[in-house]
Ligand binder design. Structure first.
Ligand SMILES: CC(C)(COP(=O)(O)OP(=O)(O)OC[C@H]1O[C@@H](n2cnc3c(N)ncnc32)[C@H](O)[C@@H]1OP(=O)(O)O)[C@@H](O)C(=O)NCCC(=O)NCCS
Length: 185
């Protein structure tokens, strides 16, 4: 299995992968919706710079992670920040460390491109293993309110030490992702 940067030719495989992974976990409708979201995000100019990585096993795309640009309203505009969304591993290949490897390889690439902060809305039992910690208590407001009982699902990670604590504000995502339906669970 290798992790590589996705190319335009992988678009359809990536969309199908999300359909299958999210469909198996959350129902077919959710799978289709996330597949469409990824397709749109991959074409959204407001998502740039974008980092799209795939896990490939015997010429088949078995995992994908996408990082897209976010702005922090109220903070200096030169802060380089991204959001991880979405992440999927094909049901037949889950729990083999592929999700973690995609995240860690993506974070390395972001570090090299001087990204300072990375956000994620996801399972609080999963992402802290990859270095994420609760974002709300650090002063980072999600694009749409997260119910108090799910507050720990809104997370951040600094890729340059010392950034957290020096800035705060509300996160604005790429237009495609900055829609309320993507922030309800
Ligand atoms: C979530 C997902 C990307 C994880 O990928 P993966 O390659 O299976 O994960 P890894 O092998 O890196 O890690 C496996 C560990 O994560 C745990 N894990 C997997 N999904 C989890 C979840 N939704 N919540 C909490 N823990 C989870 C597993 O129990 C396993 O734990 P263990 O190491 O103690 O056995 C994958 O299961 C998936 O595509 N799920 C459907 C789509 C989805 O929900 N994506 C969004 C995640 S917010």
């Amino acid at each position: 299995m290798e992790i590589i940067s996705a190319k335009p030719a992988h678009k359809l495989d990536i969309q199908h992968l999300h359909q299958q992974a999210f469909g198996a976990a959350n129902g077919k409708e959710k799978g289709v919706a996330i597949g469409e979201l990824v397709k749109s995000l991959l074409a959204d100019p407001t998502a740039e710079p974008r980092h799209s990585l795939i896990a490939v096993e015997q010429d088949t795309v078995v995992g994908h992670v996408l990082f897209t640009r976010v702005h922090i309203e109220g903070a200096a505009s030169n802060i380089a920040a991204q959001i991880l969304a979405p992440l999927a591993v094909h049901p037949d290949f889950q729990a083999k460390g592929i999700g973690r490897k995609l995240i860690m390889t993506g974070l390395d690439a972001l570090r090299k491109s001087k990204t300072q902060l990375v956000f994620v809305l996801g399972h609080p039992g999963y992402y802290p293993r990859c270095g994420f910690t609760p974002a709300g208590v650090c002063g980072f407001e999600a694009p749409y309110p997260i119910p108090a009982e799910h507050a720990s699902a809104w997370m951040v990670q600094e890729l340059m030490p010392g950034i957290i604590g020096t800035i705060k504000g509300k996160i604005r995502c790429a237009e495609t992702l900055h829609q309320p339906e993507h922030w309800r669970e």
